[in-house]
Design a protein around this ligand. Sequence first.
Ligand code: NAD
Length: 238
Amino acid sequence: MRYQDKVVVVTGGANGIGKAIAKAYQEEGATVIVADIVKPSEESVHFYKTDVSNPSDINRLFAYIKEQYDQLDILINNAGISSFGDFYDISLEEWDRVLNTNLRSVFLCSQQAARIMRQQANGGSLVHIASTRAFMSEANTESYAASKGGIFALTHALAMTLQEDHITSNAISPGWIQNTNYEKLREIDHEQHPSKRVGKPEDVARACLFLTDPANNFINGENFVIDGGMTRKMIYEH
Ligand code: NAD
C-alpha cells in the first residue's frame, strides 16, 4: 500500500495501458480518478468524463480535483490516439486532432496539475506516455511521431521548471504493447521480438509506479523505454 493517501489522475484510464495503470495505483491504496471520454468498466475507480483535446474539459477536471480532494500527487498523461497514413493526405484537421489530443493535452493537464501540486510540501509527479515511434524513424507516422516527440521536449522543460516546486516530470516510451486494438499486434511475428512477446499494459504500469515512488524522486527529466529491447535490436540491425 505504497500509495495510500495519494490522489492520482490517469487520463485515458478506461482502457488499455491506462486501465492497467489505474488498477496498479488502486491496488497500492491510492485514490484514482480516471479522466476519459468513455466510462471505465472497472466500477471501483472514480470517473470524471473528460475529453483531453478540449481545454474546457481539462479546466473542469482539475477544478473538480481541487474542490473534491484539494490534493493531487500524481498525474499520468496517458490518453492518446494513433494516426498513420500517407503523408501527402494528412489534412490540417487531422494534424490538429492528433496534436491537440496527444500533446497540447499534456501541456494543459500538467499546467493545471502543477498548480495544485506546488501548494503541497511533497510536491508531486508527472508521467507522460510517449512512444518509441517518436525516435524510430518510420514513414507516414508524421502527426503521431511529432506529437510524441513533443512530449520529450515538454518532459525536459517541465523537469527544469518544476524542480523548485518538488515536482518531477518523466516520460515513458512504450514499444508494442497489447491494447484494445490488440488484433493488429497479433499480425506481428513475435519471434522477431527480442523478448519473444509484445508488452503487456502491466509492464508500463510498473514503470509508472517506479517513477512516481517518492524514494525515486532523484529521477527527473528522463525517458524510460519499455519495449523488451526492440529499439536496441532495430538500431543494432540497421
Ligand atoms: P487504447 O486505445 O487501448 O486506450 C486509450 C484510452 O484513451 C481509451 O480509454 C480512450 O477512450 C482514451 N482516449 C482517447 N482519446 C481521448 C480523449 N480525447 N480524451 C480522453 N481520453 C481519450 O490505447 P493504449 O494502447 O492503451 O495507449 C495509451 C497510450 O500509450 C497512448 O498515449 C498511446 O499513444 C501510447 N502508446 C501505446 C502503445 C501500444 O503499443 N499500445 C505504444 C506506444 C505508446
